[in-house]
Ligand binder design. Structure first.
Ligand code: 9MR
Length: 391
């Protein structure tokens, strides 16, 4: 009898634990959801939208603490970046994330982040969805967050082939009508945020991976001179903002880096206003390009500054202690490269937590790319970043 009631007691303790976890594919969150918010082992709660989160298989339940390899650093990243002589350590964020108070509690810490980039709300589709009609509410929210917290702001972006409204992509343009459209768009958004922005990604991702020009509506209609057109409009609109061209797969030497180097060399020779180059740094664990610092130094030797603008280092899931250790090494490598290039002004991660990383929805089966896991637990990567700034 005694034995039986002890078993019942054990069951009574166990049952609520079991039922507190949502099943694979089950709902685990969303506005109005009152059920389980954690998932059964082997699955992870992933937000589909504000109203629905689901337990998806194949993702780690905890990327770091369960593996026993978590962060131990007590350093704050903006503090150590500043102490190392850099302007900032920053992060991308998005407006939809700002209702998550556990998230904003960390985001708002200006000893952790000294700079913010809006992941989406200053893009063309968000700011000029209809020709000549501008909406700045999303961008203003991020700008005011940066101001309230005393953080620098990177504007992202004026001219990009992606996230364009259809009136731009499907319009019937001549060189002169599209030039006017670019000038109006860049000058209106850059003017709107004048005085609030440290640097603007005026032109984003102009090249294909083989170093040829990306054949988007701008290049196809105007040719490569759409780049100086945009830069000149931005300079007139805010003479104090640093003007950047930003791209990926230019971090190490290669055809695309050479194309970018040739472009910025030619722009400088023509006295086109340009202050910096953004190296996005969307990397894969264990596959960093060789020669980062030497490549970046070729750009700063032209009198330009540079920044790591969108850093994340993804892995094939599930994460393992070995992958997390390699990821720490890789984050260290990137920060060390920035440390060794005087003109590298700062580093921005493309969101600090896996909870809001763009990676899993773009690369199936990959993720865990950020320095904090989806539960806001710091990973070994965090220590890699802090340690490299402190070295
Ligand atoms: O993080 C952004 C994501 O929310 C958007 O869905 C995506 C759409 O293109 O853009 C992401 O940000 C990109 C950035 O603007 C430019 N470089 C690559 C980034 C990751 O795709």
């Amino acid at each position: 009898m005694l034995k039986l009631s002890a078993s019942f007691a054990a069951l009574a303790v166990l049952l609520p634990l079991v039922s507190a976890q949502a099943a694979e594919w089950g709902q685990c969150g969303g506005i109005g959801w009152t059920g389980a918010t954690t998932c059964v082992s082997g699955t992870t709660c992933v937000e589909s939208n504000a109203y629905y989160s689901q337990c998806l298989p194949g993702l780690p339940t905890s990327t770091s603490s369960a593996s026993g390899s978590s962060s131990t650093s007590t350093a704050k990243l903006q503090t150590v970046a500043k102490a190392a002589g850099k302007l900032y350590f920053g992060t991308a964020t998005d407006n939809s994330e700002l209702t998550d108070t556990a998230y904003t509690a960390i985001l708002d810490d200006n000893t952790m982040f000294g700079q913010i980039t809006p992941a989406n709300s200053m893009k063309w589709d968000a700011t000029e969805p209809t020709q000549g009609t501008f909406t700045f509410s999303g961008g203003d929210q991020i700008a005011s967050l940066a101001k309230t917290n005393g953080m620098l702001l990177r504007g992202h972006n004026c001219v990009w082939y992606n996230q364009l409204p259809s009136w731009v992509t499907s319009g019937t343009w001549t060189n002169s009508t599209l030039t006017a459209v670019i000038q109006n768009h860049c000058s209106t958004i850059v003017s709107h945020f004048k005085g609030q922005v440290y640097s603007w990604d005026v032109v984003n991702e102009p090249f294909n991976d083989d170093g040829t020009w990306r054949t988007d509506v701008f290049f196809n209609t105007i040719g490569e001179s759409y780049v100086p057109i945009a830069l000149n409009a931005a300079r007139t609109a805010d003479p104090n903002a640093k003007l950047y061209i930003n791209d990926y797969n230019i971090e190490g030497p290669g055809a695309k880096a050479t194309a970018m180097l040739n472009l910025v060399t030619s722009l400088k020779q023509q006295n086109v206003p340009l202050d910096g180059v953004g190296f996005q740094c969307h990397f894969i664990v264990g596959e960093l390009p060789q020669g980062l610092a030497a490549n970046w130094a070729r750009f700063t030797a032209l009198g330009l500054e540079m920044a790591v603008t969108e850093l994340d280092i993804r892995m094939t899931l599930p994460s393992t202690p070995a992958l997390l250790a390699q990821q720490k090494t890789d984050y260290t490598t990137v920060i060390s490269a920035c440390m060794s290039v005087a003109g590298c002004v700062g580093v921005t991660v493309w969101d600090w937590t896996d909870k809001y990383s763009w990676v899993p929805s773009t690369f199936s089966g990959q993720g865990a790319a950020c320095p904090w896991d989806q539960n806001f637990v710091r990973k070994p990567a965090y220590d890699g970043i802090a340690g490299a700034f402190q070295a």
